[in-house]
Design a protein around this ligand. Structure first.
Ligand code: ADP
Ligand code: MG
Ligand code: MG
Length: 870
């Protein structure tokens, strides 16, 4: 239904069926939008006929005619696609008002102030949306009249003021556009429908779909709906509410409203709205009714609802309901609590959470001690949780530019608007002076998982001078000054406050334990250091799928020995240098094995080409010359000797060990000695039981490479074990990252490979012929044109590269049925790829520590989705 009617239209119809008070109207489907674009942006005759008919029906039902001079029917023209895109497309209210019907409406309602307020709103919205006037053209006039009349808020304006504004608005349109504001109601309606269709493809809507990965929709629907009025006076109002707290997830009704207001006033931050709890005091009957309806709608959709309501002269109308946007924190809490409330099953709750969203939960919060010492200089609303530290910028464009330069910025605005989307997306945090918890800034920041403090009234922001004044002028901050925001409390601090990692218990822990019960695929981590390994274990990693050893070669004195090894001209001097490295390397593994306490650890032997370990700059070469007492010329010769035109396909991985086997010999020794040490040495209770080192050879393309190297490894390991009188359950396996290896996978297993780990970064590079370093330049365009559905370096190309994987697994397991199969590329923590790996029978995925929970959840979702297909 949503596909055709859009989310808004479908839900309005459904609520009507539930017996909820929704103003009558009709919906023009998304198919019409599609047709509109296919017909050179026109509404075809047939469609027009249907719209005219539906309008007649609506007029009959309302017993009023659109724009009638004495008693006009007024309507709104509202956008609404299948996926909710709050504020990204256009909506126009009060259509049907013109110079005559505004008088009719004044007399009919005996409320001229209301009629003229509605008229000025129409001209303002129609002017900016349909006639493409600048928003500020109208804002200036409004502010000017407010100033001269000493009116603080729009509600302080009198009928005469509003008439004056209408006059000036119309004159401005005439002056800028050379045409009059259209008086014909039908013309008003049709140009608004056109504009709404047009807004489907405005820049911010396109960007929103890009950022949120919304694909495959044909367009927006248009809802034509009879107006109800929240701006009739103090017995009327409009508001937005959530059935649960969208920030924390607490099951507590939550919302904001304004009396004598219309439409977007609450979200646009025109005045600072009141919490719904005060509606409870102001009008307990309406409040109760609102809660009853909200509960009913939440039950119906089995999800937290974000709803719009209007009170017209004491009567409550519902104008929209949709599944509410929420923080990751709230999403998890709501899903888990709905299981307790028996609204959802555990499986449904697991499917509710977008695994990528979990990222937000794993990120930093302020260190409580540092926070305690810091003194807040201002406080706004805690609109989107998290901790953000950065330099102040005052425009979205500056936020975007500075972030591109690698700076952390906080975007400080009076209020944000949809044009700010790029800047908001790049900022570490967002701070606004106006607007509530449902303001644009708050809603968008929560969706993005960006920390946000909204409606901080203590701020004076001067965008022109680029200054932020706090505490009545005692603090003045310029662009570039550091501030810290606490999105969970709404507090603002001057300077930087230390941040730290969050706790992982409560609802999150519960959800993850349910996921683990269901999940079949293992989740390991890519970790090179004990610190990373410890973080990953905290996040639930069940082993290390990739420990890169090259980083271990860079630290402190080691790099000297490495360079000595590279510069050595014969085997004995190379071995001498490697002997210096051995104790370091062994120690690294001892620590890592201890941290992993018997979980499997896959160690990849040296992978990068040797020139990566030599300096490139002249100054560094000269330094090395002094340090190692090797002539500059010799150094330069060696560097140019090692130079490669295409290092990715060059002398690296196992190819290094074919020519310099002593490198892998040393690493193997270090691994097995460390394994023996942690199992046999030290206090009995500290000894690691069931140690499972897995030695992995990178960049294997041929069977021979593998068998030659495996034999050397086995000889060393067996000798060491014999010497120590210990048996260790070790394995030797290979990465599958060269397409050739995938094609001869059966032979590689026959040659003794005990596991495969797919290095999907290289496999994508070589399999799809895409340079990892250069393809960024065109891949974005490829994704936009749908040549690749996703960037193949982010989400595995399941069709092509995936086929290489399928072939390799099939061939490998035809020789060894229980062959262990894992993935260790960047893809290992990407939900769609995890689902693929589950389907293809992988033993485990391995990903960076912060993605471990994402993979755990995605693994469970894969099982549930598979079951539901059966
Ligand atoms: P968005 O998709 O950006 O939320 P909406 O179509 O929901 O835009 O409309 C914007 C605002 O106008 C909302 O606050 C909505 O409640 C209000 N509104 C829309 N149609 C009507 C109507 N017929 N009567 C009263 N208010 C309306
Ligand atoms: Mg809305
Ligand atoms: Mg690789």
């Amino acid at each position: 239904m949503k596909e055709i009617l859009g989310g808004k239209g479908a839900n309005l119809a459904e609520m009507k069926n539930l017996g909820i008070n929704v103003p009558p109207g009709f919906t023009i489907t998304t198919e019409v939008c599609d047709l509109y674009y296919k017909s050179k942006k026109t509404i075809t005759g047939e469609v027009k006929k249907q719209i005219d008919n539906k309008l007649k029906e609506l007029e009959k039902k309302m017993r009023k005619n659109l724009g009638d001079a004495n008693d006009p029917l007024l309507v709104s023209v509202r956008s609404g696609a299948a996926a909710s895109m709050p504020g990204m497309m256009d909506t126009i209210l009060n259509l049907g008002l013109n110079d005559k019907s505004v008088v009719g409406l004044s007399e009919k309602t005996k409320n001229p102030r209301f009629a003229w307020d509605s008229y000025r709103r129409l001209i303002q919205m129609f002017g900016s949306v349909v006639m493409e006037m600048e928003h500020s053209d109208f804002e200036h006039i409004l502010e000017k009249v407010k100033d001269t009349k000493g009116a603080k808020y729009d509600t302080d304006l009198t009928t005469e003021d509003l008439q004056q504004i209408v006059k000036e608005y119309k004159a401005k349109i005439k002056k800028v556009k050379g045409v009059d504001f259209p008086q014909d109601p039908i013309k008003q309606m049709y140009s608004s429908i056109n504009a709404v269709f047009g807004s489907w493809n405005n820049y911010r809507a396109i960007r929103y779909r890009e950022i949120n990965n919304i694909k495959g929709l044909i367009g927006t629907a248009v809802n034509i709906q009879a107006m109800v009025f929240g701006n009739l006076g103090e017995t009327s109002g409009t508001g937005v509410c959530f059935t649960r707290n969208p920030s924390t997830g607490e099951a507590k009704f939550y919302g904001e409203y304004l009396m004598n207001a219309q439409g977007e006033d609450v979200v646009a931050g025109i005045r600072t709205p009141l919490p719904v709890s005060s509606l409870q005091k102001q009008n307990p009957k309406i409040y109760k009714e609102l809660i009853t309806i909200c509960n009913k709608v939440e039950k119906h959709y089995r999800d937290m609802q974000d709803m719009e309501f209007t009170i017209q002269d004491g009567e409550l109308y519902i104008l929209q309901a949709r599944n509410g946007k929420r923080t990751a924190h709230a999403a998890v809490r709501i899903a888990v609590e709905m299981v307790t409330e028996k609204v959802l099953t555990k499986e449904q709750a697991i499917l509710r959470i977008d695994p990528n969203q979990l990222n937000q939960l794993l990120h930093k919060q302020f260190n409580p001690v540092a926070l305690n010492k810091a003194e807040a200089v201002a406080m706004g609303l805690p609109a989107s949780p998290g901790a953000a530290v950065g330099e102040i910028v005052f425009t979205a464009a500056d936020a975007f530019e500075k972030t591109k330069k690698g700076l952390d910025v906080i975007l400080v605005r009076t209020e944000t608007s949809p044009e700010d989307i790029d800047g908001m997306h790049s900022a570490k945090g967002i701070l606004t002076a106006r607007g509530g918890m449902t303001s644009h800034a708050a809603v968008v920041a929560r969706g993005m998982g960006t920390c946000c403090v909204a409606g901080c009234a203590d701020l004076i922001i001067n965008e022109k001078a680029k200054t932020l004044t706090i505490k009545g002028g005692s603090i003045v901050l310029k662009e570039g000054a550091f501030i810290s925001l606490d999105g969970s409390t709404g507090k603002v601090y001057v300077g930087k406050i230390n941040t730290e990692d969050p706790t992982l218990s409560g609802s999150f822990g519960k959800l993850m334990s349910w996921a683990d019960d269901i999940r079949k695929i293992g989740v390991r981590t890519n970790a090179d250091t004990p610190v990373d390994a410890a973080v990953a274990r905290k996040f639930g990693a069940e082993g290390i799928g990739l420990c890169r050893t090259e980083h271990m070669f860079f630290e402190g004195d080691r790099i000297k020995a490495v360079r000595e090894m590279i510069l050595a001209s014969d085997l004995p001097s190379r071995e001498k240098a490697l002997a210096k490295l051995l104790p370091y390397q062994r120690n690294d593994f001892v620590e890592l094995f201890r941290t992993m306490e018997g979980f499997p650890v896959t160690v990849r032997l040296l992978d990068p080409p040797l020139h990566e370990f030599l300096p490139k700059e002249k100054k560094d070469i000269e330094e090395l010359n002094k340090e190692m007492k090797v002539p500059v010329k010799t150094l330069m010769d060696k560097i140019s000797d090692l130079h490669e035109f295409n290092p990715m396909l060059g002398h690296r991985g196992c190819r290094l060990a074919i020519t310099f086997p002593e490198i892998y010999d040393m690493q193997t020794r270090a691994i097995i000695e460390a394994a023996i040490e942690v199992t046999t040495k030290g206090p009995a209770n500290k000894r690691v039981k069931n140690i499972q080192p897995e030695i992995m050879i990178p960049l294997v393309a041929t069977t021979k490479e593998f068998s030659i190297l495996k034999e050397r490894i086995v000889n060393i390991v067996e000798a060491k074990m014999k010497e120590a009188g210990v048996k260790i359950a070790y394995k030797v396996g290979t990465m599958i990252e060269v397409p050739r290896a995938a094609l001869v996978a059966d032979k590689i297993v026959a040659a003794g490979a005990e596991f495969f780990s797919f290095g999907t970064n290289d496999l994508t590079q070589m399999g799809a012929g895409l340079s990892r370093d250069d393809s960024g330049k065109f891949l974005k365009e490829y994704v936009q044109q749908n040549i690749f559905e996703y960037d193949p370096f982010e989400s595995l190309d399941q069709e092509g590269v995936g086929e290489l994987i399928r072939i390799a697994i099939k061939k490998g397991r035809s020789v060894k049925k229980d062959l262990k199969v894992g993935i260790c590329g960047e893809h290992g923590g990407e939900p769609k790829t995890v689902e693929f790996c589950h389907r293809e029978g992988f033993t485990y995925v391995s990903c960076s520590p912060f993605r471990v929970p994402i993979a755990r959840l995605a693994g469970a979702q894969a099982v549930i989705k598979e079951r539901s297909k059966k």
